[in-house]
Design a protein around this ligand. Structure first.
Ligand code: PLP
Length: 427
């Protein structure tokens, strides 16, 4: 038994499934988790002294790479001053100002502790603002684990084959309407059915929790005009895309303004941070200014803010980092496509900016239905081979591959070599 296996054997006695978030369990690839001891740059190091080139990057936050010295120093300095005050601080104002000045359409922002909380709160606000109850989400999109959004959810729910979670009363989801990603007519139909009842359309501008699914030309703009036509709000769940597609996130990248946007992951640089923001007129309805209640004991925590603010400041000061990252990613995923083609493998490589996914299916993946045609057993085989080679892809088919600014050319080369040899061996 490896040290990781020993620790995991103990973990399952005390933690459901041995993990604090389902996808970490490695169940869908028929394996057990590598217990990670530390991380640096693009590498993870486990309890057995093995190292891995990491393509999970903590599920997105680590766009600068793990344990960035400036982020770490900022956190250490913040710790010196105390871990939490439960009172207003200057760093929260600096953080809010930085985001409002950088993201189109965000005039005010509220910090929370997770992406789940951010989307959940933004939906409450959209309902409070429009005085309507229904919401539209897309099958295969994941917006965290709040009750009303656990319908045909992506990520762990999709991997585990749990389309609708147990324990969610019907009353909580009766106002959640499900549409087809990349299919405007499915949204139009819902608006036709409920023209004056839909509070908002919530969407991952790039769907990154059913693997990676890129929006078709005109899809997001089409959502914008449908929302305008029917008086609904457009809510971008930018928990993954925010500060990743580019500094201004999907709104800047695609040139589509949302009314509200939710953030997480990169915004906290690895600390538990989420945020939601948007037009002043809407945000002014949030307590204590308005009647939409939302609160958090540790929201805007000074240590978490120090981490997030430092990472965002570095990204803002260095737009060239994005150029280099995108160039690296274009090259990497482009070559992955070539490898798949040369091997004649029944696979698809979806890719945008520094996000990508290798799907084991013959069909182009454009939505939930086509994503589900993936051969998850083939993905599991691939994943286990990669792990053996010291490469750490997401331990489930329906997750994104994240590239960071710390990945080197040599590491990407080694990864492509690993993929090439996997296909050669499995053919
Ligand atoms: C990760 C994620 C969430 C949930 O964020 P948590 O911090 O895990 O609660 C919500 N939406 C999207 C698009 C995500 O990728």
């Amino acid at each position: 038994m490896t040290n990781s296996e020993k620790i995991f054997a103990e973990a399952v006695n005390y933690i459901p499934g041995g993990v604090n978030s389902p996808v970490r369990a490695f169940g869908s690839i028929g394996s057990t988790p590598r217990m990670i001891k530390r991380a640096e740059g693009s590498k993870l190091y486990d309890e057995d002294g093995r190292e891995y080139i990491d393509f999970v990057c903590s599920w997105g936050p680590m766009i600068l790479g793990h344990n960035h010295p400036k982020v770490r120093e900022a956190v250490q300095e913040a710790c010196e001053r105390g871990l939490s005050f439960g009172a207003a601080t200057k760093i929260e104002v600096e953080m809010a100002k930085l985001i409002c000045e950088s993201v189109p359409s965000i005039e005010m922002i509220r910090m929370v502790n997770s992406g789940t909380e951010a989307v959940m709160s933004a939906i409450r606000l959209a309902r409070g603002y429009t005085k309507r109850d229904k919401i539209v989400k897309f099958a295969g999109c994941y917006h965290g684990h709040s009750d009303s959004l656990l319908i045909q959810a992506g990520s762990g729910a999709l991997t585990a084959g749990i389309p609708d979670s147990a324990g969610v009363p019907e009353g909580c989801t009766k106002d959640t309407l499900s549409a087809v990603y990349n299919d405007l007519s499915s949204v139009e139909e819902l608006f036709g059915q409920f023209p004056e009842e839909i509070a908002c359309v919530v969407v991952e501008p790039v769907a990154a929790n059913m693997g990676v699914v890129v929006p078709k030309e005109g899809f997001l703009k089409g959502l914008r005009s449908l929302c305008d036509r029917y008086g609904a709000l457009l809510l971008f769940d930018e928990v993954i895309t925010g500060f990743r597609l580019c500094f201004g996130g999907a709104q800047e990248y695609f040139g589509v303004k949302a009314d509200l946007a939710a953030y997480g992951k990169i915004i906290g640089a690895g600390m538990p941070v989420g945020a939601y923001g948007g037009k002043r007129e809407i945000m002014e309805l949030v307590a204590p200014l308005g009647p939409v209640y939302q609160a958090g004991t540790l929201s805007g925590n000074p240590v978490a803010m120090a981490a997030g603010y430092t990472q965002l400041s570095i990204l803002k000061e260095h737009p060239e980092y994005y150029d280099a990252l995108h160039k690296k990613a274009d090259d990497f995923f482009g070559r992955m496509k070539e490898i798949v083609k040369e091997a004649g493998a029944p696979c698809q490589v979806n890719h945008i900016a520094s996000l990508g996914c290798l799907f084991f299916t013959q069909e182009p993946v454009t939505d939930y239905r086509s994503a589900k045609t993936s051969d998850t057993k083939a993905y599991a085989a691939y994943c286990n081979v990669m792990l053996e080679k010291g490469i750490y892809p997401a331990p489930a088919q329906f997750e994104a591959m994240f590239l960071s600014m710390a990945h080197t050319k040599e590491e990407l080369e080694k990864t492509l070599e690993g993929i090439r040899s996997f296909f050669k061996f499995s053919a």
